[in-house]
Write a protein that binds this ligand. Structure first.
Ligand code: ADP
Ligand code: ADP
Length: 234
């Protein structure tokens, strides 16, 4: 079985008397180690699909299996533990804890895994060095640029070696030069650790970093194919 199996997912939102079909009938299998982009314009259903795959939102119909587990069968509490163990997130607006330093932010997922403080710090420091923030360990988010904050976010997403990393418009708030740095870092880490990466974007250029591009249009998969113009980091 594939690492992620999305089976006949439908999502309908009800706004008063109005019905919005956010996802029509989505089927998708994603393998361990795949770098897969969900591409589509605003309103095509990308965020809804990501939220359903990550167990943050319930589908109206259909199921999501992660590593053979039907995530709808988990309680909210089991689901939270499952996410902490198996999933890393990279957000458009970084979502760092403002009161914590870079190293403390990166160590958070390791704390949820029950890893001791010394080992946590060691692993967080190593990860921050991997994203070239060895000189920003003890800075807080407000003392860092957007690109630096996102590199902290990347280190946090990968530090506990989750099965899947979801990145939702990870460069949406960054300039073009920083975008390239950040994308190369995300894809480089995913490849190095053979991690599964689900990249969500509206930007065709960003999609070129993925092995596979799933194109969403109005809640349907319009195309699903290998990326011919694949970017391979040097
Ligand atoms: P995208 O991420 O591609 O911009 P979304 O998944 O956010 O698309 O939205 C898909 C469709 O579902 C849009 O028409 C959006 O307005 C609608 N939608 C998303 N979330 C909600 C919600 N919580 N309530 C009502 N409609 C929603
Ligand atoms: P993105 O920029 O990632 O596509 P959106 O701005 O579409 O995000 O949506 C942000 C959040 O608002 C999501 O959690 C989505 O489910 C929710 N949302 C989107 N459209 C609507 C809507 N029409 N009504 C209510 N909530 C919505």
């Amino acid at each position: 079985m594939s690492l992620i199996c999305v089976k006949d997912i439908r999502k309908v939102y009800h706004l008063g008397t109005e019905k919005v079909v956010a996802l029509n009938r989505i089927n998708l299998s994603i393998e361990q180690g795949e770098i897969c982009c969900i591409l589509g314009t605003s309103g095509s259903g990308k965020s809804t699909l990501l939220n359903i795959m990550a167990g943050l939102e319930k589908p109206s119909r259909g199921s999501v299996f992660i590593d053979g587990v039907d995530i709808a069968k988990l309680s909210e509490r089991q689901l939270a533990v499952f996410r902490q163990k198996n999933i890393g997130f990279i957000f458009q607006s970084y979502n760092l804890m403002p009161t914590l330093t870079a190293v403390e932010n990166v160590a958070m997922p390791l704390m949820f895994k029950g890893i001791g403080k010394k080992s946590r710090n060691g692993q967080a420091v190593k990860m921050l060095k991997a994203v070239k923030l060895g000189n920003r360990m003890h800075h807080k988010p407000t003392q860092m640029s957007g690109g630096q904050q996102q590199r902290v976010g990347i280190a946090r997403a990968f530090v506990a070696h989750p099965k899947i990393v979801f990145a939702d418009e990870p460069t949406g708030n960054l300039d073009s030069k920083t975008t390239i740095e950040v994308m190369e870092m995300i894809v480089g880490l995913a490849r190095k650790h053979h991690e599964t990466l689900i990249l969500v974007t509206h930007d065709r250029e960003i999609a070129q970093y993925a092995d596979r591009i799933v194109h969403l249009l109005d809640g349907n998969i319009k195309s699903d194919k290998a990326n011919e113009a694949l970017f391979v980091p040097g």
